[in-house]
Design a protein around this ligand. Structure first.
Ligand SMILES: Cc1cc2nc3c(=O)[nH]c(=O)nc-3n(C[C@H](O)[C@H](O)[C@H](O)COP(=O)(O)OP(=O)(O)OC[C@H]3O[C@@H](n4cnc5c(N)ncnc54)[C@H](O)[C@@H]3O)c2cc1C
Length: 433
C-alpha cells in the first residue's frame, strides 16, 4: 500500500487463497458467525499499525477500554484501570493479598525495572524475564497479578524461558512513547473481526490504486543479477519480473528465497535459530453468558500460561441469538499444542468453571480450536540479537515481517514497523538512483 501510495507499480504475491497471514477471520458455520484465528490485542503505541489502519479506513475499529478485571479461582476479583493515572498506579501492585510492604517493594522494583529497561545492564541478554524480576526484587503478588501476565503477553513465552531483553525492549519503547505522547500506553482490541479490520479495506485500496494481488502464488527464489533484483521465481517455474522486492514471509518460510543474496546463509541460519513458539486459540460458543464484567479478563493462577477470556459480546456488540462467544488464547502452549481439540475444549471449559459460577452448567454449542505450532518466532533468551535488519547488501531487496529487527516483540506492530522501514529503504534507493 505504501509503495503504491508513493507511485510504484506493485504486485503482491500470496501463497494462500486469501490475505491476512496470521491475522484472519474464520467462518463458524453452525452458529453463522465470523470469529478470528486468534484473539489479537493492540497496544496504543502501535503507531505503524495505526498508520496502516488509517490508510485503509478502519482506525475507528479499535477500542481502548478503561478497565479490565482480574479473577482468582476462589471468586475474588479486582477491577484494574487500564488508562490514565490509575493505570500507572496499578504498576505498583493490584493483588488483593498485597500488603503495604508488598506494594512498597513492588513500587521500588518497578522503578528499577523501568530504569534498567532504558539503561540495560550488560548481561540482560543472558537473563530470563523471571531472573530479571528476581534481580530487581519484584514481590510475588505483583508478579502474579501483573508482571508475569504482561511478560507472557509480550514475549509469548513462559517467564522461565522468555528473554528479559525482549521484555525490556518493549517496556523501553512503551516508556519512550508514553513520554513523547504524554500518555501511558494501554491495551485495546478490535471491535470487528480481523478480516474487516485488516483485509477488506486493503483490498479496496488495492483496487483503487492498481495493486495486483496474485493468490496461490508461492515465491521460491528472489532473482538477483549484477547486484540488483530482477524478479521473483514462483514454485510453478514462472518468474514475476521486478526491480525491487520486499520479502515479507515469516522466518519459517524464508529458506531458499534469498539464495541469490550474498549473506543468505547468515539470514537462513538466524531464521532457523529463531525457530517458533506455539499458540492455541479456542473460540467457545456457550448457551449462556458467563457474567464477565470487562471486555477481557485475566484469570490468575489458571494453567500457568496466559489465561485471558475475551467477551465478544462486550467487544463487538454481537447478537447472542446463537450463543455467547468467548475467546481464549494460550501463548507458549508447548503442552496444549499436542492435545486433541476435544481435550482442549474440555480443559478450557473446566478452567472457566473454576472462575465463573455461571459456567458450571453451561453447555458448549460450538467450539473451534486453532492450533498454531508456528505462531511466532521464539523469544527465549539469546534470540533477539539474531533478528536481521530490513536492509540487505542488495539495495533493491529489503526484508520485512515481525521477525526482522524492530522495537517490538512478535506483534502486528513489529510487522507494520518493519514494512514501514522496508518501504523507506526502497524509496530512498529510488531517490539515490
Ligand atoms: C494466535 C495468535 C495470536 C496473536 N496475538 C497477537 C496480539 O494479541 N497482538 C499482536 O500485535 N500480535 C499478535 N500475534 C502476532 C501477529 O499475528 C504476527 O506477529 C503478525 O501477524 C505477523 O505479520 P507478518 O506480516 O510478519 O506475517 P504473516 O501474517 O504470517 O504474513 C506472511 C504472509 O506471507 C505469506 N507467505 C509465506 N510464504 C510465502 C511464499 N513463499 N510465497 C508467497 N507468500 C508467502 C503467508 O501466507 C502470509 O500471508 C498473534 C499471532 C497469533 C498466531
Amino acid at each position: 500500500m505504501w509503495l503504491a501510495e508513493a507511485g510504484h507499480d506493485v504486485t503482491l504475491l500470496e501463497r494462500r487463497g486469501h490475505l491476512g497471514g496470521r491475522t484472519h477471520a474464520m467462518r463458524a458455520e453452525r452458529v453463522d458467525d465470523l470469529p478470528d484465528n486468534g484473539q489479537h490485542v493492540i497496544a496504543s503505541g502501535y503507531e505503524h499499525l495505526f498508520r496502516y489502519l488509517t490508510s485503509i479506513g478502519t482506525r475507528q475499529f479499535v477500542a481502548f477500554p478503561a478497565t479490565s478485571t482480574l479473577r482468582w479461582p476462589d471468586g475474588r476479583k479486582v477491577v484494574v484501570r487500564t488508562t490514565g493515572f490509575g493505570a500507572v498506579r496499578q504498576l505498583f501492585g493490584v493483588h488483593p493479598d498485597a500488603g503495604v510492604h508488598d506494594r512498597l517493594r513492588a513500587a521500588r522494583a518497578t522503578v528499577r525495572l523501568g530504569w534498567q529497561a532504558l539503561h540495560p545492564p550488560a548481561d540482560l541478554g543472558d537473563l530470563t524475564t523471571e531472573q530479571w524480576f528476581t534481580r530487581v526484587g519484584m514481590p510475588s503478588p505483583a508478579r502474579e497479578a501483573l508482571w508475569d501476565w504482561l511478560a507472557l503477553g509480550i514475549a509469548a513465552e513462559p517467564v522461565s524461558q522468555g528473554s528479559a531483553k525482549v521484555f525490556a525492549k518493549v517496556l523501553a519503547t512503551g516508556f519512550r512513547m508514553g513520554v513523547r505522547h504524554r500518555r501511558a500506553i494501554t491495551i485495546g482490541y478490535p471491535t470487528v473481526d480481523l478480516d474487516t479490520l485488516l483485509v477488506s479495506g486493503a483490498l479496496s485500496f488495492f483496487a483503487a490504486h492498481g495493486v495486483r494481488v496474485r493468490y496461490r502464488a508461492v515465491a521460491r527464489r528472489i532473482r538477483i543479477e549484477g547486484g540488483a533484483v530482477t524478479g521473483v521465481q514462483l514454485t510453478d517455474g514462472t518468474v514475476v519480473p521486478a526491480d525491487g522486492v520486499v520479502c515479507a514471509v515469516p522466518n519459517s518460510n524464508v529458506g531458499g528465497l534469498l539464495d541469490d543474496l550474498p549473506e543468505h546463509a547468515e539470514i537462513d541460519s538466524a531464521a532457523d535459530t529463531l525457530s517458533y513458539t506455539p499458540i492455541v486459540s479456542t473460540n467457545l460458543y456457550l448457551d449462556r453468558p458467563l457474567g464477565t464484567e470487562s471486555a477481557f479478563e485475566g484469570l490468575i493462577g489458571g494453567t500457568g500460561v496466559i489465561d485471558e477470556v475475551f467477551d465478544r459480546q462486550l467487544m463487538h456488540g454481537r447478537s447472542t441469538e446463537r450463543g455467547w462467544l468467548y475467546c481464549l488464547t494460550t501463548s507458549g502452549a508447548y503442552e496444549q499444542i499436542h492435545r486433541t481439540s476435544d481435550a482442549i475444549v474440555a480443559e478450557q471449559l473446566a478452567l472457566l468453571r473454576r472462575y465463573y459460577p455461571a459456567a458450571r452448567d453451561a453447555e458448549v454449542l460450538e467450539a473451534q480450536v486453532v492450533k498454531m505450532p508456528r505462531a511466532t518466532f521464539s523469544q527465549v533468551v539469546g534470540m533477539d540479537s539474531l533478528r536481521p535488519p530490513q536492509r540487505t547488501s542488495v539495495p533493491s531487496l529489503v526484508l520485512a515481517g515481525d521477525w526482522t529487527a524492530t522495537d517490538w516483540s512478535a506483534t502486528m506492530e513489529s510487522a507494520a514497523q518493519s514494512a514501514s522501514a522496508a518501504v523507506e529503504l526502497l524509496l530512498a534507493r529510488k531517490y539515490e538512483a
